[in-house]
Design a protein around this ligand. Structure first.
Ligand code: P6P
Length: 336
């Protein structure tokens, strides 16, 4: 079968998706070029001295790895020049990233996690880049924080690149979810997974059970359900947890299942949800809903949450619709 490129796919959907305009296609192609460069660096990381830590700590309070910093720099450098953005926000940067005056500006805002799962970089486990695109809400002038802090429902596109046994791109513009695999011999992402649809119920649950002692009753009941075999199959779910959100999410998107990062009480005074709303939860929520799945913080849809801070964190239950519904049901009684 003659496989088609991302650009051909976007143009094919030009009519169906208002987002697939020429400008948007150019924006996505610039992001694809950045991801190809990141993929090249990730795939040779062990051969050149870019493994390990830089010695810095990022805005999340996390150790910055050389490849984190490199990927962040590649994406910022390339996307500043795309002439289609008016601002960016990266998980690695404390504040909004402005577009220098010498570059043309556009109406889109790119939010991204340059290299998610970075604790896995040095041990050769799949990692990924997650991106979310919104349109600015003011007509002109300096981009202000409220234009960046938009709820997930306002996203015009979202997706991720996964640097694994192959490099893949999965994205949505609100017209279904499509997966592309990089053919290194031609340097093109070719359509390999058209119209991805997540099974309504899976056989896998993904959660870090090491935090059992930090969890509250509803979380323990939810996790016990998936282990119990109390389901139509009369078999427990299998636990698959890589510690790389993009990889766990991607497996569950294709095969079904649920990824959970519940709130925990490692600090008894303040519930903690590790994952970031704008650069991780929102884009993956857009993708999974477009594929027929669901994404919740345990109380409401992820994409309904009104952000109040750039690096706001959230609990996350995401994947097969019926599995998310089951997991969230254990919290309903509590909030009732
Ligand atoms: P924990 C990676 O650091 C990350 O942000 C996600 O990719 C991953 O799912 C999660 O954290 C793993 O966190 O606390 O289980 O190590």
């Amino acid at each position: 079968m003659r496989q088609i490129t991302v650009t051909e796919q976007l143009l094919l959907h030009q009519k169906a998706s208002p987002m697939a305009t020429g400008r948007f296609t150019r924006l996505l192609n610039e992001l694809i070029l950045a991801a190809k460069i990141v993929s090249r660096e990730v795939n040779k990381a062990g051969l050149v001295n870019i493994l390990g830590l830089t010695g810095d700590v990022n805005v999340q309070g996390e150790q910055v790895r050389k490849l984190d910093e490199l990927a962040n720099g590649i994406i910022i450098h390339r996307m500043q020049r795309a002439g289609l953005l008016c601002a960016m926000a990266s998980e690695e940067n404390a504040d909004i990233i402005e577009i220098p005056p010498q570059f043309a500006h556009g109406d889109y805002i790119l939010l991204f996690d340059p290299l998610d799962g970075s604790s896995n970089i040095d041990v050769n486990v799949s990692i990924g880049t997650i991106f979310s695109i919104v349109r600015r809400t003011h007509d002109e002038g300096q981009v202000c924080m409220e234009e960046v802090l938009q709820k997930g429902e306002n996203q015009v596109a979202a997706g991720y690149f996964i640097y694994g046994s192959s490099t893949m791109m999965v994205y949505t513009t609100g017209d279904g979810v499509h997966g592309f695999t990089l053919d290194p011999s031609v340097g093109e992402f070719l359509l390999s997974h058209p119209n991805i649809s997540i099974p309504e119920r899976g056989r896998v649950y993904s959660v870090n059970e090491g935090y059992w002692n930090y969890w509250d009753e509803p979380t323990r009941n939810a996790v016990n359900y998936f282990k119990s075999g109390r389901n139509k199959r009369r078999k427990p779910y299998s636990l698959r947890y890589i510690g790389s959100l993009v990889s766990d999410f991607h497996r569950n998107l294709l095969s079904g299942g649920i990824f959970m990062y519940p709130r925990d009480f490692r600090d008894p005074k303040k519930p903690y949800g590790k994952l970031r709303l704008l650069c991780e939860a929102n884009p993956l929520a857009f993708v999974v809903e477009q594929a027929g799945g669901a994404a919740s913080d345990g109380d409401r849809r992820i994409m309904e949450i009104e952000p109040s801070e750039l690096h706001q964190r959230t609990p996350l239950f995401i994947g097969s619709r019926e599995d998310v519904r089951t997991a969230v049901s254990f919290y309903k009684d509590q909030s009732a």
